[in-house]
Design a protein around this ligand. Sequence first.
Ligand code: GTQ
Length: 350
Amino acid sequence: MTTRPTGSARQAFYEQIRALSMTPLWESLSTLVPHTPNGPCVPALWRWHDVLPYIEQAGTLITAEEAVRRVLVLENPALPGQSSITQSLYAGLQLILPGEVAPAHRHVQSALRFIVHGRGAYTAVDGERTTMFPGDFVITPGWTWHDHGNDGLDGHSEPVVWLDGLDIPMIRFFDAGFEEKSAARSQQVSRPEGNALARYGHNLLPVDYTPGSPTSPIFNYPYARTREVLDQLYRDGETDAWHGVKLRYVNPVTGGWPMPTLATFMQFLPAGFTGKPYRSTDGSVFSVVEGRGCVVVDGQRFVFGPKDHFVVPSWKSFTLHADEDAVLFSFSDRPVQSALNILREEKLDA
Ligand code: GTQ
């Protein structure tokens, strides 16, 4: 009879090789190469009603200037301290008060702004300002100078809050982060407001235009137009049983995603809509623009209303339900998963 090594012999062996910074694969193989995605993220909901008082309080504790960006980060409850809402995505709610400026800087990370509350704030990208309205989707491409401010609108001004979506965890993963502060507080404006949308946002392009970046040259996709399209397609009967009327934002130059690392979507769920279960490997962050309803993730129910935010982690199957006509914005890391050829999605029939 051969004697087999005991468990304690293996443990002693593991101890010995640990000193050489080695570890036995066979103890972790099934976790490292899981049968199905086994990430730590959990679904979570941030209700506007709960969050707003703290956003307001942050406004009394620090200025936008001192904070540089006055943001309350939405952290996945399973990833405390990591400033991540999923393993690859960052989300936060940024507040800018009347008269404030969030100073100009640039960084490798790409950012999207989705306007949640208030009017009269602007963001400036590459010499052009855009005034942001609730429901607008605004892009800050990687490595472009950007500053934000709140000058008010027609003599009226109010606090403005938007959702920041960034690829911070992806850039951290690649250890590829760079940042620069501008000497100027705000950047010089060199093009009139609306110029980029006029050039690139009408199924036309300036005749000699050649793309200089993988990011969409449109940097504000106004809600007024998005909403109109959703409405017409709904009237035209184009409601999907899983997604309702769901559209993806597009880079008009390439037909691809508006940003190299982030995909963005807008969908309409008619009152009474009950979606079929869906799952995909790109976890998604949702911002509720209009209406009330609920999302059921792996049997867990989250009731949502306007200005609420929620996250659905990778490969969790979920259904969407609308009590009232509802409009949901969402973003994910889909462009990266598609580029790596690892994206999977499933429309389930249960
Ligand atoms: O507006 O530049 O929420 O650099 C996090 C990092 C916003 C921004 C964030 C940033 C910004």
